[in-house]
Design a binder for this molecule. Structure first.
Ligand code: MD3
Ligand code: FE
Length: 206
């Protein structure tokens, strides 16, 4: 089902459910080339989320800050290509939410183990904020936190399950959001893990 969370923000329940196993198989292939790692933050901390990327641009964090890179800093090689299944799914989800023509060049893959959390933030490292963001949840359910356009706005919470997609665009593009600490749970396809694919347009279209 399709639920409006806010103007410009849509929850597409079960949208990726039929292809979720294939998505997990692609994640394993990508991680064999570009392993999951815990990135360092600018302030010297370590993120509890483990991350990797596929696509022309990959999101990284280190002591210099946050940015998109062409290459995986671990290998010096280009990030693995974005599978056509990923690209097509992101485009269909965006179109269903009213954002036709979405052409993501970056897919950040987040991995959550029990106890992992992602604190409230905005996604603003992209060149333009006119493209939407498409997020695919896989594995163990999580409680998604979403605030308003200002950090001080009172946050609301929503459960995200295996196969759910959320699309954020237009007036919702810079909404503050995060993930509550992951509870220990079991999913038949991922064990105690949750994966999230986040599709973005990081760079200017050619
Ligand atoms: C709302 N990831 O990687 S996805 C991130 O589940 C990130 O791993 C979370 O936030 C995760 O930056 C949340 C849902 C999401 C993604 C981007 C958004 C919600 C968003 C951008 C604007 C507003
Ligand atoms: Fe985010």
């Amino acid at each position: 089902e399709k639920i409006a969370l806010d103007p410009g923000a849509w929850l597409l329940g079960d949208f990726a459910l039929d292809e979720a196993s294939a998505l997990l198989a692609e994640i394993a292939r990508i991680a064999a080339q570009a392993p999951f790692r815990h990135l360092e933050t600018r302030t010297g901390g370590t993120m509890s989320v483990a991350m990797t990327n596929c696509g022309d641009a990959g999101w990284v964090s280190d002591r210099r800050g946050y940015r998109y890179t062409d290459d995986d800093p671990l290998s010096g090689q280009a990030w693995p290509a974005m599978p056509s299944q990923f690209r097509d799914l992101a485009r269909r989800a965006a179109e269903t939410a009213g954002f036709p023509g979405f052409a993501p060049d970056a897919c950040l893959i987040n991995r959550y183990a029990p106890g992992t959390r992602l604190s409230l933030h905005q996604d603003r490292d992209e060149a333009r904020h006119d493209a939407p963001i498409v997020s695919v949840s896989l594995g163990v359910p999580a409680r998604f936190i979403w605030g308003g356009q200002q950090r001080s706005d009172r946050p609301r919470r929503h459960n995200l399950f295996h196969g759910d997609i959320v699309v954020w665009g237009g007036p919702a593009r810079l909404t503050f959001h995060g993930i509550d600490m992951l509870r220990k749970a079991h999913h038949p396809e991922t064990g105690d893990l949750r994966f999230n694919l986040t599709f973005r347009r990081a760079r200017l279209p050619n």
